[in-house]
Design a binder for this molecule. Structure first.
Ligand code: TYM
Length: 332
């Protein structure tokens, strides 16, 4: 069966290491072999109420970052979600069959209710419905995302299947989250908590264009234990996080060395972080310079976004025409 790949990233500031290893790395792989639709999820970012200036700036920035990291407008369709209003129409249709109970049970929604009780807007509640529309509008079957999006994909299947049942059709295919061969990725942050996330603040994130000194300082200040653990004891969460970050950018013998010193109780976290900072700089340096170049290449970025919008709308318009007809919007 031929697969169609669809995925997006919210433009909130700039891309971090979690976005890269959770999503972009797989976008690069899939664009070589499949029809791909990759977008900037700018409608989604409205749940956090950005100012018009911040929204515009972040959208441009993340689009330029897509290009700088190697997404190729010749190979895949790169576009802004808001350039494809058909997505909003499909979201409206799907919302009519999305129920309060199931939306309230979504983990990311429950987490927002806990963390930002003063801004629980309807957009947050129906966030998974908009994601389903993003994917179904292009008949996506594979969705490269990090581990945190798995439940949203389950919802996308639910909404697609519900539409199919309601209109007695097999129109929408089931989309599945996909990561690397090892599965869906969760990149930890630097402050000892769970996944790297922009909402956790500047100190938690490694941005793909962090300057060398900023990068070094962030890593040297990362949370770890105050001293080596008892020989043979399990790694604490913050220490496991540092090992998880090492696994992304350090050589296997370096990781094996620190693993061994952790096991025998002689590990020095200052040395580990110094090594991690060095290897992270080696990884980030070429990305940083490509991002800086691309940010200054407004003509190329604008041209790519225009071309992507045209291609994405062509696919979306076909779907929405067919959906309207199936639902009974057929004119007189
Ligand atoms: P967003 O913008 O939070 O993150 C974009 C992508 O990066 C992944 N990611 C991570 N992966 C591993 N470790 C991390 N620490 C980490 N942080 C972020 C996310 O899993 C995601 O793949 N709702 C989505 C955007 C979206 C979307 C879609 C995705 C909107 N519509 C349709 C796929 C299909 C989001 O907020 O991702």
């Amino acid at each position: 069966m031929s697969e169609t790949v669809v995925s997006g990233i919210r433009p909130t500031g700039k891309l971090h290491l979690g976005n890269y290893f959770g999503a972009v790395q797989n976008f690069l792989k899939f664009q070589e072999a499949h029809p791909c639709y990759f977008f900037i999820a700018d409608y989604h970012s409205l749940t956090t109420h950005p100012t018009p200036e911040d929204l515009g700036g972040s959208v441009y920035r993340v689009f330029a970052e897509y290009l700088a990291l190697g997404l190729d407008p010749e190979k895949c369709t790169l576009y802004l979600q808001s350039d494809v209003p058909e997505v909003a129409e499909l979201y409206l249709f799907l919302n009519m069959n999305a129920y309060l109970g199931e939306l309230e049970r979504v983990s990311s929604f429950k987490e927002k209710v806990r963390s930002q009780p003063n801004n629980i807007n309807a957009g947050l509640l129906t966030y998974p419905v908009l994601m389903a529309a993003d994917i179904l509008i292009h008949h996506g079957t594979r969705v490269p995302v990090g581990k945190d999006q798995e439940q949203h994909l389950e919802m996308a299947r639910t909404f697609g299947n519900r539409f199919n049942r309601m209109y007695n059709t097999e129109y929408f295919k089931e989309p599945f989250a996909i990561g690397s061969d090892e599965g869906l990725v969760k990149v930890p942050g630097l402050t000892g908590g769970g996944k790297m996330s922009k909402s956790a603040g500047e100190a938690d994130n490694i941005y793909l264009d962090d300057e060398p000194e900023v990068l070094r300082k962030k890593i040297m200040r990362a949370v770890s234990d105050s001293g080596p653990a008892e020989p043979g004891s399990a790694k604490s969460q913050p220490v496991q996080n540092l090992f998880d970050l090492m696994a992304l950018v350090c050589k296997p013998d370096v990781i094996a060395h620190f693993d061994e010193t952790h096991k025998n109780g002689t590990i020095r976290y200052g040395d580990l972080k110094k090594q991690l900072a060095e290897d992270m700089e080696t990884f980030v340096a070429p990305l940083r310079s490509r991002i800086q170049d691309m940010l200054n290449n407004k003509e190329l970025v604008t041209k790519a976004a225009k071309r992507g919008a045209e291609k994405a709308r062509e696919s979306a318009a076909k779907t929405i025409t067919e959906v309207r007809s199936m639902m009974g919007f057929r004119g007189f």
